[in-house]
Write a protein of this length. Structure first.
Length: 225
């Protein structure tokens, strides 16, 4: 059966891993230890605003990005997070859970013969810890540490293109900002895994295909071309 693509790459955190749950649990644990009460929705809104700002500065390892973002979020919410708490927040990333549909979808795609990859804004060692959550083989891994930049910069995608060569390639991700827009800029086919049921803003990036879950993506990819 002919297929549209041979290689499927994914963003990891937010697409395969439950990013909001991981951030929320780790930050709330730090707040509880400090005797602070934090409102979850406000916390997540602040984190999603602040982390890209930290990433846009001079490149630094992702552990440092996580720690600095956590410190700035805590400050915005009215308390001072000490350095040890910020580092514990960063170190918790490999424990952040996968979405319930992730492993079934990845295993289904691997069994169907797709080569799977991850393009992630993370350090190598942190991603190695996260890979323990996945039972399917991940054959292509490109990290921020390897390319020296953070998406939406093009480094991950250009390196993937070099490694994938002429094979038919689709990228799949939840973030319009980090993934869909740069894929548009580079003419890379991209599927939007719209887990948050968001709306594309006017003049926003345009995915090739939109699904609401990884299971739905697997359904679409497993259909005949």
């Amino acid at each position: 059966m002919a297929r549209r693509y041979e290689v499927i790459t994914f963003d990891c955190y937010g697409t395969l891993i439950d990013w909001n749950r991981g951030i929320g649990n780790a930050f709330q644990a730090a707040a509880y230890a400090a005797g602070i009460t934090v409102e979850q929705e406000r916390l997540l809104a602040a984190y999603h605003e602040i982390e890209p700002q930290v990433q846009s500065a001079a490149f630094q390892p992702y552990r440092q990005v996580l720690a600095e973002a956590a410190r700035r979020v805590a400050e915005r919410l009215g308390w001072i997070m000490d350095g040890g708490a910020a580092q514990r927040f960063a170190a918790s990333l490999p424990e952040w859970p996968a979405f319930p549909d992730t492993n079934e979808a990845l295993n289904r795609l691997a069994a169907a013969g797709f080569t799977l990859g991850i393009l992630s804004n993370v350090d190598d060692d942190l991603l190695r810890g996260t890979l323990r959550h996945f039972s399917a083989p991940i054959d292509l891994i490109i990290t921020a540490q390897q390319v020296g930049s953070y998406k939406p910069a093009h480094g991950h995608f250009l390196q993937a293109r070099r490694l994938i060569g002429e094979r038919r390639w689709l990228h799949a991700a939840q973030s319009l900002f980090h993934d869909v827009r740069p894929c548009n800029e580079l003419n890379i086919p991209v599927a939007w895994v719209n887990r948050q049921h968001e709306t594309i803003p006017p003049n926003g990036p345009q995915p090739l295909h939109t699904v609401l879950s990884l299971a739905a993506l697997a359904d679409w990819l497993d259909a005949p071309a």
